[in-house]
Unconditional design. Structure first.
Length: 290
């Protein structure tokens, strides 16, 4: 008669212990879910759009926003403010000179210098800034600074862009000046960083010269046909890789000029490229996505 009682007691104890284990497991699962939900809740920053704003915004008069970029720039600025590098008044979605200076300070705090601390986000510095605050999507990297095209020094991203433009033409691109060089004073510092090239057009007809400008613009360069009346140089094409994080400040200012339909020269005159050889504003990663 006692056996059922003893058996029932053990069942109750087993059920109680089992219930405690299930409850503990549920608490643990809920904790994991909460952590996962927290991670999912982090804002997403599009690096392509931040880089575009970093090169288009600074020369603007006022604090005009770059369409599609402001919300991403805001997250970067909030992170810089949290680091004590940017005042609250400059957290406005406009990647102006204050934000450039603050980001350069962030890069220097990571041990970077020179082009690596130019105030334009690189994938490593932006990911580091993002820690616990936002996630980074559509990262952009210039790649190796020791790549070449036709024997002329460029970075990997620029090399790939030139190859794509070359493939659109029935003649070959010939570079007369590459990147990471300050040997030509008439370049006004635009070639000091990456993403900038000059192309020889000596053996091309006028139509071929403009078609080359169009091909370069199609794959994401800000490109113009230069002529002797504009400066102390022969006919050539000057091209700047839009959203290259290695751009020198002078070259980044040319991206702004191109964005607003100007010539990229000191006089900031209207772009003289014939309408037939213009194309919608784009950059390399957008072109590759089709």
């Amino acid at each position: 008669m006692h056996l059922p009682v003893l058996h029932t007691g053990r069942s109750r104890r087993w059920l109680l212990s089992r219930g405690a284990a299930v409850a503990a497991a549920a608490v643990g699962a809920n904790t994991v879910l909460a952590v996962d939900a927290s991670a999912r809740a982090l804002p997403v920053v599009d690096m392509e759009m931040v880089l575009l704003a970093a090169q288009v915004d600074p020369p603007k008069s006022g604090t005009g926003l770059t369409p599609g970029a402001a919300s991403h720039v805001l997250e970067v600025e909030r992170a810089l403010q949290a680091k004590g590098l940017l005042s609250s008044g400059a957290v406005d979605g406009h990647y102006g000179t204050s934000t450039v200076a603050a980001y350069a300070a962030w890069q220097r705090s990571l041990g970077y210098s020179g082009l690596d601390a130019n105030g334009f986000p690189g994938p490593t510095s932006l990911t580091s800034l993002a820690d616990g605050r936002f996630t980074v999507t559509r990262a952009v990297s210039p790649g190796s600074r020791s790549s070449t095209y036709g024997g002329v020094r460029v970075n990997t991203r620029t090399r790939d862009m030139l190859a794509a433009a070359d493939a659109l033409l029935s003649w070959s691109l010939v570079l007369s000046q590459g990147s990471y060089t300050s040997t030509n004073p008439s370049s006004a510092g635009t070639h000091d960083g990456g993403g900038v090239v000059d192309l020889s057009v000596t053996n091309l007809t006028t139509t071929q010269r403009w078609q080359t400008v169009l091909a370069l613009r199609t794959v994401g360069f800000a490109a113009w046909l230069r002529n002797p009346s504009q400066g102390s140089w022969p006919y050539h094409i000057h091209a700047v890789a839009i959203s290259d994080s290695d751009l020198a400040p002078a070259a980044a200012n040319q991206v702004h000029d191109y964005y607003v339909g100007k010539n990229g020269l000191a006089n900031h005159a209207a772009d003289d490229t014939p309408t037939a050889y213009r194309t919608a504003f784009t950059w390399w990663e957008t072109y590759r996505r089709g």
